[in-house]
Write a protein that binds this ligand. Structure first.
Ligand SMILES: [Zn+2]
Length: 116
């Protein structure tokens, strides 16, 4: 499930809400678990699950979603560690593209009007 944020990308055929914050959350969880893999291999399924969730919740950004899905498949097949830095950069770039300009500040006089 998503966090309740509305999708800020466009994907009419997506199966669930897309949210870059949630994508980062799942990628971060996968990264933490990967760092603990040396202690054993019991996190394999959790890592696969988080990468799957990240791919699902990034469907509004097809390039990011495809990249994460491919990374998940490589990890599943060979244990290859995903390039988290590259994915993080894609998310950052996507955010920069969709960021709206700041709202105009309200027009207020610089000096208070004095009653005569
Ligand atoms: Zn979210």
């Amino acid at each position: 499930m998503g966090c309740g944020n509305k999708t800020d990308g466009a994907a009419p055929d997506q199966t669930r809400p897309s949210c870059l914050d949630c994508v980062e959350k799942h990628l971060g969880a996968a990264l933490v678990l990967l760092s603990e893999l040396r202690e054993g291999y019991r996190y394999r399924l959790l890592i696969i699950g988080h990468l799957h969730e990240a791919a699902e919740e990034s469907q509004a950004w097809p390039d990011i979603s495809r990249h994460i899905r491919a990374a998940r498949r490589r990890f599943q097949a060979s244990g290859a560690v995903p390039d988290f830095a590259a994915i993080g950069k894609m998310i950052e770039d996507s955010r920069a593209k969709t960021r709206k300009p700041p709202a105009e500040p309200p027009r207020v006089p610089l000096t208070p009007e004095v009653e005569p």
